[in-house]
Design a protein around this ligand. Structure first.
Ligand code: FAD
Ligand code: EPU
Length: 339
């Protein structure tokens, strides 16, 4: 038995939606050795891996073991003329890692400032924001196979990254526990990515004409704080749905009726449509159904006003999904992991 096996504990403070469900068993894991030992003791495949709890909706009590990833450590592992490779243990907080990189003048993840959660979870949905995705700096990750306790290394290619997608949401889903990630960053000649309109406007507002990585991080933080709710004050999991990617020919048909519909090119045959716009058009923005609601500044973010259950949030999500489907004939899919 792990020394710190807890029983019947509330997970409310472990998920950013603030859903109050219980875990029948709960253990912290602070070394790869103890992780392997625990997996041997709990061979059933119903263990829930918990990182920062910022991308999950808990819809009921968890009957199996909840394993909270608490692996720590950041280290430089190699350096070339322009680049530095770092290894980051899975339990490091992502945003603290970003600020650590900025303090060390390591560039590449400043656009990903203020994303909650653990560094080790970042590859799972290939976190992205403001024109950058994890895949742009990712080298590899180490992971333990749950059924055997064997350690594997996943290269960039192995991970099969896509928009909010990777092998860990596909054929490797629920089979591995990521224990660390390796990133390749710049230590000089940073390639700044200010292309995302809102960043340029924010820098101009601040009178910054020659930005560095810290300026970009600060601008991204300000933009995010202006529209995304702080989970410490209002429970949420960021974007509840992914932005749908649809064929250009379908988009053109919708555009005939909704001339102002926004879109972003993906390939010559496909465009991405902001789900927040679709949901707002369906009248859900700022609406509240009991304690389950839609954020007043960002319709893609579902919120818990206090005591919503996971099932109530899920019912609202389903109502939104079917309304968008009926109105636009577009099927939107959850980004959040429903558990
Ligand atoms: P958790 O919620 O703990 O876990 C998510 C899933 O991964 C679960 O299925 C869990 O079982 C599994 N898991 C967790 N750790 C491991 C591990 N080590 N090995 C294997 N499986 C594991 N995401 C973006 O991409 N871009 C954004 O801009 C963004 N903004 C957000 C803003 C807010 C306010 C919030 C609340 C969330 C936002 N997110 C965003 C979503 C979220 O922060 C990311 O998906 C993040 O990577 C989740 O990390 P976590 O550790 O909290 O994951
Ligand atoms: N929009 C509306 N109404 C709304 C919200 C959005 O009309 O209520 C439209 C506007 O046209 C706006 C556009 O949608 O210009 C895009 O909105 P925003 O810039 O807020 O970005 P998003 O597409 O809603 C995505 C990611 C976010 C990421 C931001 C910034 C997804 C599912 N979400 O949101 O990621 O931070 O871009 O890059 O791709 C997350 O994954 O949890 C997350 C927060």
């Amino acid at each position: 038995m792990p020394e710190t096996l807890l029983k019947d504990i509330s997970l409310k403070s472990f998920n950013t939606f603030g859903i109050d469900v219980k875990a029948s068993q709960f253990a912290e894991v602070d070394s790869v050795g103890s992780l392997i030992a625990i997996l041997k003791e709990f061979p059933e495949n119903n263990t829930l891996i918990l990182g920062g709890g910022s991308n999950m909706l808990l819809t009921g009590d968890v009957e199996g073991l909840v394993l909270h990833i608490n692996l720590h450590g950041i280290s430089e592992i190699s350096r070339t003329e322009e680049h530095v490779n770092i290894n980051v243990a899975a339990g490091e907080n992502w945003h603290e890692l970003v600020r650590w990189c900025i303090d060390h003048d390591f560039g590449g993840i400043e656009n990903l400032s203020l994303i909650p959660g653990n560094a080790g979870t970042a590859p799972i949905q290939n976190i992205g924001a403001y024109g950058t995705e994890l895949k742009d700096v990712f080298v590899s990750c180490s992971a333990i196979e749950r059924s055997t306790g064997k350690e594997y290394t996943f290269s960039h290619e192995d991970c099969k990254f896509g928009y909010r997608d990777s092998i860990f949401k596909g054929s490797a889903k629920d089979r591995f526990i990521i224990t660390s990630i390796e990133l390749r960053l710049t230590h000089k000649n940073h390639r700044l990515n200010t292309g995302y309109g809102a960043i340029e406007a924010e820098l101009a507002n601040r009178g910054i004409t020659n930005p560095g990585i810290r300026d970009i991080s600060d601008a991204v933080i300000a933009i995010r704080q202006s529209k995304l709710p702080d989970p410490a004050k209002l429970g949420n999991s960021g974007s509840f749905f992914k932005n749908p990617v649809i064929p250009v020919k379908d988009f053109k048909k919708i555009q005939e009726q909704y001339t102002e519909i926004p879109s972003y090119p993906v390939t010559k045959d496909e465009v991405k449509v902001p789900a927040g716009w679709l949901i707002e058009q369906c009248g859900f923005k700022g609406k509240r159904f009991g304690d389950a609601g839609v954020h007043e500044k960002q319709a893609l973010v579902l919120v818990n006003h206090g005591n919503a259950t996971g099932k109530e949030i899920l019912q609202l999500a389903e109502k939104i999904r079917t309304t968008v489907l009926e109105k636009f004939n577009i099927s939107i899919q959850p980004e959040v992991n429903i558990i």
